[in-house]
Write a protein that binds this ligand. Sequence first.
Ligand code: TRP
Length: 332
Amino acid sequence: MSSKPILTSGIRPTGEIHLGNYYGALNNLVELQQSYEAYFFIVDIHSLTTHPNPEHLSRNVLEVARNYLAAGLDPEQSTFYTQSSIAAEICELHTYLSMVMPLGDLMRCPTFKEKAKRHPDNVNYGLVGYPVLMTADILIHKGRIVPVGEDQLVHLEIARTIVRRFNQLYGEVFPEPQPVEENAVRIPSLNAQGKMSKSDQADSYISMGDEPDAVRQKIRRAFSDPTRAYKHQPGNPTKEGCNVYHLHSYFTDPAKLAETAYKCRRAEIGCAECKTVLAESILSLVEPFQTKRAGLADDYVLEVLRHGGRKAKESAGKVIAEVREAIGLRMF
Ligand code: TRP
């Protein structure tokens, strides 16, 4: 048994990832795997709230698993599985937790209200209970640490409420999970409109699946310093002054970046040359990822998930036994 704190992290099974997701996830993963006893799981049951096409769902789960493995998730160090591989335990715990969670709080939850407003024709029971299912994901391993983006903080507050109410009724069964802010790197979009996002048009972000030439082309068209109209004008290589410089600051090594900025300031190079440097810096991240990803056969990915599922089931089984005992379901 490891004495490191237990961390749980759910991953949504949405297929494609972009450079911003990858950069953030990679940095987080490497750090978290070492500091915690980590459980990473793909939340395929949660995704059913929006009724994904069954073929797409199973394909996406596999793709997401492959992405995380290519990004450096180490299935020996961490437990990596699909939520549905411990469906019995998760759904059972979810039911018990649902009995202590006030419905009013769930219906007032801002994420629920927003989804209900956006899709009034699909306000299902599972959607209201989404945070309770998420709590089950965490508590099934007695998770203490949950890396979350800002949007998930309200769900973690609900998880903490559930723990307090449950423990009040049945004794100190669960620890109160703590959020740790994800290393929120906001990689700017190529068109300088906020951060990189898949919901924007395709040429505003680099997909980790883009061919090298597509990456080069997107960077060539990226928004740079709007005040620099001609090559003979000196540029303004600062994060605020030039979106391309801002991107460089994440991906280009400091010495190379200093040299490029120096030449830009002296109008020795134009934006085209500067963008070539950026494209190569980004490709030095994208290409090894693609090579690694291509080398992960379906059978291997499935075997990793099966192995993780077995480890998760063992941990979940212990907690479920303890919960049943605590609540008085102890006839057999
Ligand atoms: N709700 C999270 C999201 O949308 C995913 C998630 C499900 C999760 N269960 C979890 C995250 C448990 C952390 C812990 O991103």
